[in-house]
Design a binder for this molecule. Sequence first.
Ligand code: PMP
Length: 450
Amino acid sequence: MKQKSFLIKPEMNKRYKKITHGRGVYLFDENGKAYLDGSSGAITVNLGHNVNEIKKAINAQANKVSFVYRSQFTTNESEQLASKINGLFSFDEDFYSFFVNSGSEATETAIKMAIQYWQDRNKPTKQFILSRWFSYHGITRGALSLSGYRKRRERFEATLEKSPQLEAPYCYRCPFQLSYPKCNVRCAYELDTVIHKMGSTHIAAFIAEPIVGAAGAALTPPKEYYSIISAICEKHQILFIADEVMTGIGRTGDFLAIDHWQVKPDIIILGKGLGAGFTSIAAACISESLYSTLAKNSGFIMSGHTYSANPQSTATAFAVLEYIENEQLLKQVQKKGEYLMTKLTKLLKPFDIVGDIRGKGLLIGVELVEERSTKKMFPRQNKVLETLLQIAEEEGLLLYPAQAGNGVRGDAFLIAPPYIISYSEMNLLLRKIVKTLERLSSPDKKEEED
Ligand code: PMP
C-alpha cells in the first residue's frame, strides 16, 4: 500500500514501523515485534493499551449519542466529568472545567480566561502572560509564544509574542550558578524582579509546569518554590496558571503535581492523561472566584472548538478517571515511582554519561553528559540522544526525548511507563535501559553478543 499519511518528514515514513495493536504496556508492530512502552506514548497512555473497562464505556456512549454541539446543549457526560475533576482536586474551592481537544488548546483557553477575567475586573491592560525558559505549553502560536523551547520556536520567532522572561528551576545546572539550599530559591524570587521591571499593570498571569516535562526532562523545583511563586503572584494581583497537561491525572503520584507543593493555582490545564490515549480531550479549569467574575460580567469565555465537551470524549475521560480511582492507581504510581527511581539510581551509577536522574512518581528524567564530573554536554552533532532512542527501540523499549543542557537540545529523555506496569515489567524495562546504555557506551556490544 502506498503511504499517504504525512508524519514528520515524508522520507521518515520509511523509518517508522507500523503498529498493528497494543495490550497493557506493550505495542506490537506488523512484524510481531513487541515494544515496552516506557513513555506511555507521549506520556499519555497512562492506563496502558486496550483496556476492557474503557472500551465498554466507549461502546456504551456510542450507543447513546456521540456528538452534541456545546453551544446548543449540555450533556450528563460533560457535567459528570467536570464534577469528577472538581472532586479529585484537593482544594478548598470548587473548580469549573472548559473542555477542549488538546493541551495546546487548553493553554490558549487559559490565556483567554486570564485576560478576560482582568477585563471583567476593570483592568483591561493586564494582558501579558509571564513564562519560563525550559517550558512547553503547546504548538499553536499563542501557546508556543509562552514556551521556552528554542528548537520549536526558532522558525516562527518573529511571529511570536515576547519570549519567556524567567529562568527555570534547574538545580542540576542552576542558571544563577548557585546551589540549593544556600541559593535561597533565587529562581522563585526572580518572578518578583521581573514583575517589578515590567510593571504588574500589564501582566495577567504567570504560567508554569509544576514539574517541567519534555522541555526540561522532569525538572523538579525545591519544596519552597511554589509557595514563594504563589505569594508573589498574589501580592501583584497576577493569576497563577498550572500547566498540568503532562503531570496531571496522577502521573507524579498525586492527582496534580502542584499538590506536592500544596499550592492552589487559579487556572489548571489538563490534557494527555485525561483521555489516556482513548480520546482527544483536554480542559482548562478555573477556580470558583474567577468563574463567578466571568459568569457575572462577560457571561461566557471567548473560546471553544467544534468538538469541545462532546459526550463521546467526556464519557471516555470519565471512565478513565473512574478506572484510576477504582484500581487505586495513584498509590501505585507513588510506590512504583519510588521503586524505579531507587533502582535507576543504583543501576545507572556505573555509567559516567548519566549526569542526573530526577522527577517524581512515574515521571523520571535522565540527563546525559559527556563526563559526569564536569557536567560537560556532548556536542550536538554527535546525536547521542537520537542514537540512544534508536538503540532502545531495537531493544524493544520506547523512551521519550527531552530538552535539557544549554536549552538548544541537550541529551535527555523521560521514562514514564503506564501506571499499570507490573514489577516484573519494570525489571525488564530496567534491564533494557542498562543494555541500551551499555551499547551506547561501547558500540561493539551488540555485535559481541549477537
Ligand atoms: N503542555 C505540556 C506541559 C505538554 O507536555 C504538552 C504536550 N507535550 C502541551 C502543553 C501541549 O499539548 P498537545 O500536544 O496536546 O497540544
